[in-house]
Design a protein. Structure first.
Lengths: 264, 276
């Protein structure tokens, strides 16, 4: 058979196929990489940050929030930090968020990844107390207040003390005459600023900030506080969901007696 | 007259704007200057005028983000600006990677790498448009701004302003790639931001114009040009360089000893050609 030169048509098709093939290879490698680097981790975002998924697509990584922060709290993730590249975060043990009342980091955001409306009170003024950067969590094993040693460093450091952290007094049965003064964090008030983590006296902080998603569980719809009128409202639009299984398709009595015939 | 200034005037000016902008950005973060805040992804000029990377905004749109007004204005300002002065003027007058690739190109010529690899390049310059399209597809599928997470441009620029980390590795990779793998590899073949600005620059006003009657066919311009396919008219026809891939770096103007190349405004250049 004689070797034929490629026709233009064939050349075009082959070139296109080659382009698509290479794009597929590149696309998968690229997607895998992007998926891996954005599958983050316990990052604490500036006040007013959108939910992590939305934040990652909205943040343009310009660093204007970092420049606006007067305490050098915020940093942009560098290559090697193993965090989504270029996005702002803070490490409270090093420098916590000092909760400026005028929140300079939020209004400068050009993309709305830091959402001004989420840190604005109903009266329309900026309110840093409504920020939600994370939630303080106490490790009772290493917190010396839970051992019975008097320490209220975190409580004193808390910018909304008495609301975000309260001290619970409890009798110390070991000595019979002292009290435990246990710090209790309240998730409805805590902003996750991390001043408690910064202040904690233990070698590795016994109170630390986690993203709220990580720090909190969720009771779900099956459980209602029957003694709480507000919570009971969740039942208003509830619909019955009935599942039928092998056991429940019959009435309870018949189901319980059902297998008895095997005995005779 | 051949003076140092004459032979390198645009190069000096380009390095001046590139480094000057880096200093201004750095000063904004380090000492609170307000001339140029942020970085190349999005910045604030004199604390008032926003300017955002329109390609990043496009990826955000593809990823399904809600685009804020400030961002739209910023992207609009940048688009209008580069639309006027030539899209890829960003590449040669602003982008910090340009200094790396120009240096790689210089060393490549110096050590004779070009003679080793020959004229035939193993990759198409259209690669960048494929990568541009791919970045938008991946952004849409993965719901993140795909190129912004790997962009060595933002990585390096952010690094210089906010702290480098391992970002220096990106510089090394690009330098070695351009030096040993592909001539003008990153800027001329791979970079989708350059691709984006190429598309934008198709319509821009400031153009390099060629005057065929002055040309002595020395071909110095073609040797020095990082996108020499745009100079196809040299010695053949008096035409402005109309391809968007021209970066308006003006190296060709500097090396030309015969005044056969000069900057001009697009329509004037065309009028001269048609209207005598």
């Amino acid at each position: 058979m004689k070797k034929q030169a490629l026709t233009d048509r064939r050349k075009f098709i082959l070139n296109m196929a080659r382009g698509v093939g290479l794009a597929t290879i590149g696309g998968f490698v690229w997607s895998a990489y992007v998926d891996e680097v954005t599958a983050s981790t316990l990052m604490l975002r500036p006040p007013g940050a959108l939910k992590e998924d939305d934040f990652l697509k909205t943040c343009i990584k310009c660093g204007l929030c970092v420049e606006a922060c007067p305490y050098d709290t915020l940093m942009l993730a560098k290559p090697g930090d193993n965090k989504p590249l270029g996005t702002p975060y803070f490490v409270p043990r090093d420098i916590p968020c000092y909760m400026c009342p005028d929140i300079p980091c939020v209004p400068v955001c050009p993309t709305g990844a830091l959402d001004e409306s989420s840190v604005t009170s109903t009266e329309g003024v900026l309110d840093i107390n409504s920020a939600d950067m994370g939630l303080a969590v106490v490790d009772e094993e290493s917190c010396i207040a839970f051992w019975g040693i008097q320490c209220d460093a975190c409580y004193r450091a808390c910018p909304i003390l008495g609301e975000a952290i309260t001290i619970e007094y409890q009798k110390n049965d070991r000595t019979g005459k002292h009290a435990f003064m246990k710090p209790i964090v309240h998730s409805d008030a805590c902003t996750g600023c991390g001043m408690c983590e910064r202040a904690c006296v233990t070698e590795k902080p016994a109170i630390f900030i986690l993203p709220r998603e990580t720090a909190m569980g969720k009771a779900g719809d099956y459980y209602i506080k029957g003694w709480d009128k507000e919570d009971e409202k969740r039942l208003q639009n509830a619909k019955e969901i009935k599942t039928v299984t092998e056991i429940s398709k019959d009435s309870a009595i018949n189901s319980l007696n059902g297998s008895l015939e095997d005995l005779y | 007259m051949k003076t140092l200034w004459n032979s390198y005037r645009y190069l000096f000016m380009r390095r001046f704007t590139q480094i000057g902008m880096l200093v201004l950005y750095f000063g904004a973060n380090a000492w609170g200057w307000t001339v140029l805040q942020g970085n190349l992804s999005s910045s604030l000029i004199f604390g008032i005028v926003p300017m955002s990377d329109p390609y990043a905004a496009l990826q955000m749109l593809a990823a399904g983000a809600v685009l804020a007004t400030d961002l739209l204005i910023g992207a609009g300002v940048a688009t209008a600006f580069y639309f006027l002065i030539g899209g890829r003027a960003f590449c040669s007058w602003v982008c910090p990677i340009n200094m790396v690739t120009d240096f790689a190109s210089f060393v490549r010529e110096l050590i004779g790498m070009n003679k080793l690899t020959g004229v035939k390049q193993p990759a198409s310059r259209n690669l960048r448009y494929w990568i541009l399209a791919l970045s938008l597809v991946i952004s849409a599928i993965m719901g993140v701004t795909a190129f912004e997470f790997i962009s060595p441009i933002s990585m390096v620029h952010r690094g210089l302003v906010f702290g480098m980390g391992f970002g220096w590795a990106a510089i090394v990779i690009i330098f070695l790639f351009d030096l040993f793998v592909l001539k003008n590899g990153w800027c001329g073949h791979v970079c989708p931001l350059g691709g984006f600005y190429s598309l934008l620059g198709k319509f821009s006003l400031i153009r390099v114009n060629h005057l065929e009657e002055n040309c002595t066919l020395c071909m110095k311009c073609k040797v020095v040009c990082p996108e020499n396919q745009v100079l196809h008219m040299i010695g053949k026809e008096s035409l402005p360089v109309l391809s968007g891939e021209c970066t308006n770096c003006a190296r060709c103007i500097e090396v030309c000893d015969d005044n056969a190349l000069e900057f001009s405004i697009r329509s004037m250049a065309q009028n001269k050609k048609t209207g005598e």
